[in-house]
Ligand binder design. Structure first.
Ligand SMILES: *[C@@H]1O[C@H](CO)[C@@H](O)[C@H](O)[C@H]1NC(C)=O
Ligand SMILES: *[C@@H]1O[C@H](CO)[C@@H](O)[C@H](O)[C@H]1NC(C)=O
Ligand SMILES: *[C@@H]1O[C@H](CO)[C@@H](O)[C@H](O)[C@H]1NC(C)=O
Ligand SMILES: *[C@@H]1O[C@H](CO)[C@@H](O)[C@H](O)[C@H]1NC(C)=O
Ligand SMILES: *[C@@H]1O[C@H](CO)[C@@H](O)[C@H](O)[C@H]1NC(C)=O
Length: 405
């Protein structure tokens, strides 16, 4: 039986011979070499198979029943057990970090999953960690953010105080953003948006929900590709973070472009006296943002009875916010726009419109109420600027508005 085994394992024969031979110096050397080899092999194997629990099976070798081998192997197994680093056996420390880290903007959650996740709000209001409030700048655009070079200068030197989100509805537009841009990798999963349609509100909710996933975001401002800042970052940041109010424009308007767009089918969820109008370009705090994305009742009424010529984007938020969260709303917008020329679209500013005097006028147009007191700043942003205005804006604005250069 034993002979048979030995024939099947020729390598074992030599091993057997080695250990049974008188301990000459050369044999002793071979023995030590074998020991060192085994030791190294064991250690290397341990490091390679960190998490794999393995039982060293030396039964074949043990068959030789040589005390020396047994001793050597015992020594190796002892060393192997000892050299397993403790840290690899205990699981990684479980902290808040993974929960607080927002996912990449381009995730693959469905709208329903995204909104459910984003609608969670802590009942404990004090944060058990260092939290620097950030402002979420949400760009609702057709293609690329054409005035991005101006915004780059605006954001420069203010890392950690803002986050950017871009909903670019034109999926065919090649939004190639350079890697060193603040807009790089900030596009969220986007869908088609048509002017005046309810899917515009869905895009706004999508932007809000994505921005809510970052617990640091405290204020949320909606901008278009035609918007520019009117003040430097520190002025905008201070104004928004310290505001006790939301900036959702809301007013009651008689006539065809106001109450005329109301449908009696919306009653009793929305009565005609509760119908409001206002600019689509809002600014709001975290609490209101969570209410907006969580609303199903009012949104479904607008979805069903205010599509197309009703222009839901001008009525949904003003009506919803005024009805339920009215007392905390300033009822005005922070985005300046000129409707003086009439028609369905506001004035578009191009190259020759951009002068120092013009920008100064936009910055100091009138006096407004801010936290219950008079303040000379009414608008923090302005539209509509075309891409042709970019060169002049880049030359004039950073100096005039004292950007952090
Ligand atoms: C090897 O030793 C074990 C006891 O340690 C013994 O039971 C076994 O019979 C031995 N085998 C041979 C082949 O000598
Ligand atoms: C978008 O731009 C990248 C790089 O500029 C280019 O490789 C890619 O082919 C473009 N895609 C389309 C659809 O034009
Ligand atoms: C905005 O309108 C609401 C509802 O009409 C009102 O309660 C609130 O006081 C107004 N806000 C300001 C700042 O006047
Ligand atoms: C309105 O703001 C006050 C503090 O400014 C806050 O205590 C209150 O909860 C807010 N109300 C709503 C409905 O958000
Ligand atoms: C921002 O502009 C204000 C004036 O509007 C100025 O007082 C302030 O120093 C500027 N901030 C920076 C960081 O340049």
């Amino acid at each position: 039986m034993k002979t048979n085994q030995n024939h099947q394992n020729p390598s074992l024969i030599s091993l057997f011979k080695l250990f049974n031979a008188p301990l000459h110096l050369s044999n002793l050397l071979s023995l030590m070499l074998f020991f060192v080899f085994g030791l190294c092999f064991g250690i290397i194997l341990t490091f390679h198979l960190k998490n794999v629990s393995f039982n060293l099976q030396f039964t074949q070798f043990s068959r030789s029943n040589t005390t020396t081998t047994e001793a050597a192997l015992a020594a190796i197994s002892d060393l192997v057990t000892v050299t397993v680093p403790e840290a690899t056996l205990t699981p990684e420390k479980v902290g808040l970090r993974s929960y607080l880290t927002p996912p990449e903007p381009m995730h693959d959650m469905t709208d329903e999953e995204l909104i459910w996740r984003a609608s969670m709000a802590p009942k404990v209001r004090d944060y058990p960690f260092e939290r620097t409030p950030k402002i979420a700048f949400m760009f609702l655009t057709r293609g690329p953010v054409v005035l991005a070079p101006l915004w780059e200068k605006f954001f420069k030197g203010n890392d950690g105080l803002y986050s950017i989100y871009v909903h670019s509805s034109d999926s065919s537009a090649n939004v190639t953003v350079p890697e060193d841009s603040v807009f790089y990798g900030r596009r969220i999963p986007s869908k088609d948006v048509e002017w005046g349609k309810v899917n515009m509100i869905e895009a706004e909710r999508r932007l809000l929900a994505n921005a809510l996933l970052d617990f640091s975001n405290q204020r949320f401002v909606l901008l278009s590709e035609a918007c520019i800042p009117l003040f430097n970052f520190s002025t905008v940041y201070t104004y928004l973070i310290n505001s006790k109010h939301n900036f959702v424009e809301s007013y009651d308007l008689e006539g065809p472009v106001g109450r005329g767009r109301y449908s009696p089918k919306m009653a009793p969820t929305v009565d005609i006296e509760e119908w409001r109008k206002g600019s689509q370009w809002f600014e709001m705090d975290r609490d209101l943002a969570i209410e907006v994305i969580s609303d199903k009742m009012y949104f479904s009424v607008f979805h069903d009875f205010c599509d197309g010529q009703c222009y839901a984007d001008e009525h949904y938020l003003p009506t919803f916010v005024t009805k339920i969260f009215g007392q905390n709303n300033s009822n005005r917008t922070l985005t300046s726009v000129d409707w003086a020329k009439g028609g369905p679209h506001p004035t578009r500013y191009t190259r020759n419109d951009v002068t120092v005097e013009f920008l100064v006028k936009l910055r100091n147009d009138r006096s407004c109420e801010y936290n219950g007191e008079k303040n000379h700043i009414c608008h923090l942003f302005a539209r509509k600027f075309t891409s042709h205005a970019l060169d002049r804006l880049l030359r004039i604005a950073p100096k005039l508005m004292q950007f952090n250069l």
